[in-house]
Write a protein that binds this ligand. Structure first.
Ligand code: DQA
Length: 142
């Protein structure tokens, strides 16, 4: 099995930005935890981060053939990108929506996810561990 961990805008600033919300670990630290779990589960994981909507859409399209699942933290695009939603709907590959923070306990605009209806499920509020839970969820699903 091969999974893609796809992170959207500002996630490259994890560990630097709003530490009280997103924690002190960097995206590289999170990748390390995911790599360790992937090894334990005997699966392959690739990582991609972009601050650009179109680049994320290209990766989702590529995931249609190359991957058994996608773990997606779309950042703020979650709340308004119909283009990312359509890209998820366009592929057969299951996508799990992840948020580091509990988006429901924050500003009103974060309570809406336009991608949730086309995702397999959503994990939010468990910090970086959410990515690990998503990987386990994908593994147990198939
Ligand atoms: C986030 C939550 C979003 O609302 C925010 O725009 C992010 C990160 C999270 O991981 O908690 O950039 O997706």
């Amino acid at each position: 099995k091969r999974y893609l961990v796809l992170n959207g805008p500002n996630l490259n600033m994890t560990g630097i930005r709003e530490r009280g919300v997103y924690g002190t670990g960097t995206l590289e630290d999170i990748y390390g935890e995911i790599r360790a779990l992937a090894e334990e589960l005997g699966v392959e994981v690739d990582f991609y981060q972009s601050n650009y909507e179109g680049a994320l859409i290209d990766q989702l399209h590529a995931a249609h053939e190359g991957y058994d699942g996608v773990i997606l933290n779309a950042g703020a695009y979650t709340h308004y990108s119909y283009a990312i939603r359509d890209a998820i709907a366009a592929i057969d590959t299951p996508v799990v929506e992840v948020h580091i923070s509990n988006v429901h306990a924050r500003e009103e605009f974060r309570k809406t996810s336009v991608i949730a209806p086309v995702c397999m499920g959503t994990i939010a509020g468990f910090g970086p561990k959410g990515y690990l839970l998503a990987l386990r969820a994908l593994e147990e699903e198939e």
